[in-house]
Design a protein around this ligand. Sequence first.
Ligand code: AHR
Length: 522
Amino acid sequence: MIKRQWIRRARRTLLAAGATAALAAGLLTATAAPSQAATQGPCDIYAAGNTPCVAAHSTTRALYGAYNGPLYQVKRASDNATKDIGLLSAGGYADAAQQDSFCANTSCVITVIYDQSPKHNNLTQALRGHWPGPAENGNDNLANAFEAPVTVGGHKAYGVYVAPGTGYRNNNTNGIATGDQPEGMYAIFDGTHVNGGCCFDYGNAETTGNDDGNGTMEAIYFGTSTGWGSGSGTGPWIMADLENGLFSGVNRGVNTGDPTINHRFTTAIVKGGPNHWAIRGGNAQSGGLSTFYDGVRPNDTGYNPMKKQGAIILGIGGDNSNTGQGTFYEGVMTQGYPSDATENAVQANITAAGYNSGSTSTGTLTPGSRVSLKATTSPCCTSHYLRHNSADTKVVISSVNSASSATDKANATWIVRAGLANTSCLSFESADKPGQFLRHFNYQLYLNMDNGGTSFAQDATFCPTAGNSGVGTSFQSSNFPTKYLRHYNYTAYIAGNGGTNAWDNTASWAQDTSWLTAAPWN
Ligand code: AHR
């Protein structure tokens, strides 16, 4: 009797959840994102569908309407102190200002992503596993806490930016599916920050940290890897990492039913039970979910029945392969195989939450805005802008104007980021090469992929000062404070006002190191 009442109540809640969320999603197309917290979170909807969350991770918002605990913990470089980052209100959005003030004038990494479910399956730094071999010791990197700024419901928040080498894990979980038990999971990823490395995953993996054979993991993979399988187009694809294989459908290899999906905020779903699994996905900012595969287990040995071990990974493969990259905002794992209807209601809740890119088009040196940086040296270069080359990784200046090609304009546009090594300074991410930053190496400027390391962060951090020529802004190298971002012979360096390198030449140094912050070309 009590059970029947509970089921009736659960059904009512689920219907109400779907209706409220669908209504909110409909309204969203006409109005700005709501600023109030949802009364229900995705995990309330999964619970009502009788598939409760057994892990709920997010650095941006509460995943239960009643959750009021910490979302994640950061550690700052200046004194190794840690701080939990919580919510603005119960069931609401992250209080990003806590991170901003705690990490001011230094840098911070994300040390713990708390599990909001009652299972306490927190994610922490992954330890080096089987891959790339026993000779390699040490742990994965932790994510820079400032590298994935967004707004959610109009509130500033930070995602988990996984550069290659970054990874989180929990090998000692409670309540996560093992063996052939059914489970579901979704995650929200940045569809523009991907690569083909192995393996940017979120979900169920080996508790040993090793590759324990086919079927020992079941995680969402997101990226452009074609090493095991792929979908149609050029990717990225949502695939299921089932160990020794990224599956886009029933076959190992290409399954054209799994489309390229690259929304700025992409909802990715994998779920699996006895000889049945599915891939689903959609745009986390609007609309519903589509099903890309729904059928039996892959027709390859070892995947039926599954032998899931129940660890949780984020950003890495089951054996800790860590060359993948991506950005994670929120995700959950459930007990039981969620119905499509439950997931559709969760998607409506997600679109109603109001994810938005942190980038604006203001042309100011504010983190999140897009800028172009104009040289001030007359007469050579006043129509020249700082840009990366297309053919190689060098950073140069060249003339850009309204008639320039789209490529030239894109190459000369930067997204201002909080300094990777010091939040009171700045870093510059390429607007057309997400994840790649302006950095010096041997005093020359290049555009390189952030590898998550501290040296890279230092080399990619510049502190703005008044222009050395009295005009505009100069950018002091964070780790070589006597050197400033300079163009010399149309190539970019960090240069001192006199020194041993040709580009330290004192002639025109003040003008060559002074830049105007201009509206973005792209
Ligand atoms: O299944 C793809 C990858 O293969 C897994 O993530 C990893 O454990 C193995 O290297």
